[in-house]
Design a protein around this ligand. Sequence first.
Ligand code: HEC
Ligand code: HEC
Length: 350
Amino acid sequence: MIKNIGYIVFILLGAACSSEKDEYVPIDKNPKLEFTIPSNFPEPSYNVTLNPPTEKGFELGKKLFYDGRLSSDGVISCGFCHIQDFAFTHHTHIVSHGVNGALGTRNAQPLHNLAFMNEFTWDGAAIHLDLQPIIPITAEVEMNESFTGIIKKLEEQPEYVTLFGEAFEDQKINSENLLKALSQFMIMMISSNSKYDKIERSEGSVFTDNEAAGFELFTSKCASCHEGTLFTDQSYRNNGLPIDPEYNDIGRNRVTGLVSDLYKFKVPTLRNIELTFPYMHDGRLKTLKDVLDHYSDGMIDSETLDPEFKNPDGTIKGIPLTEEEKQQIISFLKTLTDDNFVNDNRFSEF
Ligand code: HEC
Ligand code: HEC
């Protein structure tokens, strides 16, 4: 798999360099799609000019996303684990389920606002969105397929021959175009129409008293990590979960090898959090109440526990909260649900 990634990094970087001089201008029958940055959002991290979403590229990316041909058993598509109703997570299973029922060790992440993220997965193993799908496609416990295998299957489908032909200038069915098409689909998945957004953009909505109290608590106790309008500072932290003896997932340390990164995970966005249960990297907490109980009373100490959760004398402080405060924070978190996004037909399988 490492060899595979190196090869694809190479072709993508190659493509990036050449398209800087000679940017691909979509032809008439394949118009560019409008990539609109919501007014309360920061600039995207994804360089949209290097892979501008087009009508046909998006259509191809969506078809690939929902196609079981990307896996060895012909059944497990990206959409199998990333279900739109739940902001593209999978919660009938705590950890992910791949080909032949193989179990992964992590909880599927939501897919939204990915164009604004710098790194991907719970430990930041993928440093570019175009490279991320290589992990599930080639992982034995996920899709267990190879790019050569997929390309061969796609070449046998006239529909794909036409779509790749229309979507990309070189008309080729290859891994570079496949990954670019998936990214075109995924970067368009912007979730920015929750009640919270409408309040942030002064579009007429107002918080209830409970939500307002929750927002205030959240701002003082949670927003140092779940920061800004994306609700993540994109750093890796240890929030004091007890080590799970079954998986012993070492988190960010897997990527950097640094002892100081043991048991750190990416601070997740909290958008659509009402829909993306169960919670944490291994889905161990079922409800938002469980999450708040963890922050107030459930933390365990370790070398890498975030300093924010410690007292000056080194003992655990956690985030002390009364039951009423927990309910207020939950009310606020529910204002981050974006019904437009989970019902948007552009992203639906059918
Ligand atoms: C077997 C279930 C499964 C399948 C199939 C699957 N994923 Fe995932 N996805 C996951 C899990 C679990 C994670 C978290 C992985 C980790 O942290 O190591 C994830 C993470 C991601 C992320 C990172 C999100 C973020 O915020 O960092 C993206 C993007 C993604 N998947 C896209 C895809 C695409 C595209 C496909 C199809 C090519 C796909 N996934 C197939 C389970 C799956
Ligand atoms: C010091 C940083 C930090 C602070 C402060 C913090 N969190 Fe977190 N939060 C994290 C990290 C890191 C994770 C992921 C941990 C993991 O999965 O191992 C997380 C996970 C979560 C999750 C689960 C998200 C998911 O997709 O599964 C929720 C919900 C959450 N936090 C809410 C809160 C709330 C509410 C507060 C304030 C009461 C808060 N957090 C304070 C760092 C922080």
